[in-house]
Design a protein around this ligand. Structure first.
Ligand code: ASP
Length: 304
């Protein structure tokens, strides 16, 4: 049996509350990855290597953690004896980490991100089942790519997004829908595993990541934030437009000024699903199916 690597980064899955009935007032990222594994007895059947890469609430995710995580993943993916890798993560920025890893590593073996919506000691904690499902998925010979396994549902890392702040089934994949389900360890696959071309670790700098910000179109939006970001040295701006990436006239004018001054601009939609369909003659490029946070990562990677 090939080995499974579990990399811990923190999150609610490693969180602790004062009371078992408290699902929101807890501290994320306190229990070590070895203890998370020990709390799931069926994992004893798997040959597991565990490593603590970070111990944070994922709302505080940093470029340094992303880089360290990508490096550890690349290291373990180069080991012939490893079947797949699981990353325990917070749910808040899981979709960003998943998209980043998809673009940088595009692995041909499974890299499975998993998380929990309830802290480890909750009355009905979801983390242990999610971790077991993720390990089973990582050991499957058919799975590949950056995947997210939560609540028995498997999403592609390039499509997933957090869609609910409280429910255990908090993730979806927009219009694309889930890739597969995992039921008592058995995979029920609906679509092809994700694939892509890896940009590679050399693409990820130690520091000096380009500043890319997101601005939102809304009633009364003006261009003041865009001008301020340009003054701060932003190298890219993602516009989370209304509907089909539409922008109020003053905001659009400010973004056109920014683009003319050398700032890279991408237009996305603030709606939860669908894509931005470029209209003929559109001067600010649309980001297609990418959500605003995915487009921000895409733009950073392009600028690096
Ligand atoms: N704030 C937590 C985190 O993202 C939420 C969670 O994991 O569900 O780390």
């Amino acid at each position: 049996m090939k080995r499974i690597v579990i990399l811990g980064t923190g999150g609610t899955i490693a969180g602790q509350a004062r009371s078992a009935a408290d699902n929101t007032g807890y501290v994320a990222g306190t229990i070590g990855v070895a203890d998370l594994i020990a709390a799931v007895p069926p994992l004893a059947a798997f040959p597991i290597d565990a490593e603590q890469v970070a111990q944070i609430d994922s709302k505080d995710m940093t470029f340094a953690v992303w880089r360290a995580l990508a490096q550890r993943l690349a290291h373990h993916l180069a080991r012939e004896e490893v079947a797949g890798i699981v990353v325990t993560h917070g749910t808040d920025t899981l979709e960003e980490t998943a998209y980043f890893l998809h673009r940088v590593l595009a692995p041909t073996r499974p890299v499975v991100l998993t998380a929990a919506m309830r802290p480890a000691g909750a009355l009905a904690a979801d983390g242990p089942q999610n971790l077991l499902d993720a390990v089973r998925l990582a050991s499957s010979q058919e799975a590949r790519g950056v995947l997210v396994c939560m609540a028995g549902t498997i999403h592609a890392g390039c499509e997933v997004r957090k869609a609910h702040p409280y429910r255990v089934n908090a993730f979806d994949s927009g219009d694309a829908g889930p890739l597969a389900y995992i039921e008592e360890g058995a995979l029920r696959r609906l679509r092809d595993w994700p694939h892509g071309e890896a940009l590679g670790l050399a693409h990820v700098p130690h520091d000096d990541w380009p500043r890319v910000d997101i601005v939102l179109n809304h009633a009364g939006a003006d261009g003041a934030l865009v001008d301020a970001l340009c003054a701060l040295g932003a190298r890219g701006i993602v516009a989370a437009g209304t509907g089909n990436g539409t922008l109020g006239a003053p905001l659009e004018a400010a973004l056109l000024r920014a683009q003319a001054g050398g700032v890279a601009v991408l237009r996305t939609s603030r709606t939860a699903r669908g894509r931005v369909i470029d209209t003929p003659g559109a001067v600010l490029p649309g980001a297609g199916v990418l959500t605003p946070v995915q487009a921000r990562i895409e733009l950073m990677l392009r600028l690096m």
